[in-house]
Design a protein around this ligand. Structure first.
Ligand code: SF4
Ligand code: SF4
Length: 260
């Protein structure tokens, strides 16, 4: 604590920085946030950084270089609580969508050829919990403002929120939307972690899975539901690959196991 204020670091690894921008975009609440806590590191807002111990570290982006592995381990050592924010930190994001390690190597060669990297070496992108223990997660691409403010308030009060355990469909039902699947529109609501308030189907737009795969859903039943409705599972897999990162392979392995 510093003058009674918690020390906070907001860090960006490989990603589009959309989550850090979203935090800055909390214009009405930003002054209150800056008054309530002591922001020690937040490169999107200030070039001043410290290497002091932190109470809470929020980490955006996936781990995609050897340097980032070291940075992340250092963050874990410095911070009491580490929160993964955004889909890249949570599941790896689009840069972690390779289901076969050879695919990553081939793409790397295609882009960089034989150039020798002097700054740092690229490694296949992974979510941050591939390297460190993560205390809680806020998925989304990017995270939502309400969800961020809710999470931040709770973490600052020492009350770590749990993951949303249900698929988007549950909230969609509470919101009394007509199911898009019944209209022949592929919607990833059955396979996606809830938390956004089913915002897309509320506007008649199918869910494209930006909160990543839900853990603990009844995959077999959801899979058969999609099949029964005539949707091709390979097309669903392709669609999911945009946001599921390294969890995509695990997700479909689990599905196969349950289907046996
Ligand atoms: S519209 Fe999408 S999210 Fe809503 S119930 Fe149907 S499949 Fe689920
Ligand atoms: S409905 Fe799906 S795509 Fe839309 S914000 Fe929610 S999780 Fe993301």
């Amino acid at each position: 604590m510093n003058n009674g204020k918690l020390k906070i670091g907001i860090f960006e690894l490989t990603g589009c920085a959309g989550d850090a921008l979203l935090i800055l975009d909390c214009e009405k609440e930003l002054l209150d946030i800056f008054k309530a806590v002591d922001i020690q590191v937040f490169l999107m807002a200030s070039s001043e950084v410290t290497d002091e111990k932190l109470d809470i570290a929020l980490v955006e982006g996936s781990v995609s270089t050897e340097k980032e592995i070291e940075e992340l381990k250092d963050i874990r050592e410095r911070a009491e609580v580490v929160v993964a924010i955004g889909i890249c930190a949570t599941v790896g994001g689009i840069q972690a969508r390779f289901t076969d390690p050879k695919e990553w190597e081939n793409k790397y060669k295609e882009v960089y050829g034989d150039i020798e990297m002097t700054h740092t070496k690229a490694v296949p992108s992974k979510p941050i919990d591939a390297y460190i223990t993560v205390d809680t997660y806020l998925p989304g691409c990017p995270i939502g403002k309400d969800q961020f403010l809710n999470l931040f308030t709770r973490v600052v009060k020492g009350n770590l929120p749990e993951r949303y355990p249900r698929p988007v469909c549950v909230t969609c039902k509470y919101n009394e939307n007509d199911c898009l699947l019944n209209k022949g529109i592929a919607c990833l609501g059955p396979l996606t972690e809830d938390g956004c308030g089913s915002i897309c189907p509320n506007h008649n737009v199918p869910c494209f899975g930006c909160w990543g795969p839900v853990e603990g859903a009844n995959l077999t039943s959801e899979y058969h539901l999609l099949q029964e409705k005539g949707f091709d599972i390979e097309a669903i897999k392709k669609q999911m690959a945009n946001y599921s990162g390294t969890k995509l392979v695990e997700f479909f392995k689990q599905l196969k196991k349950e289907s046996k």
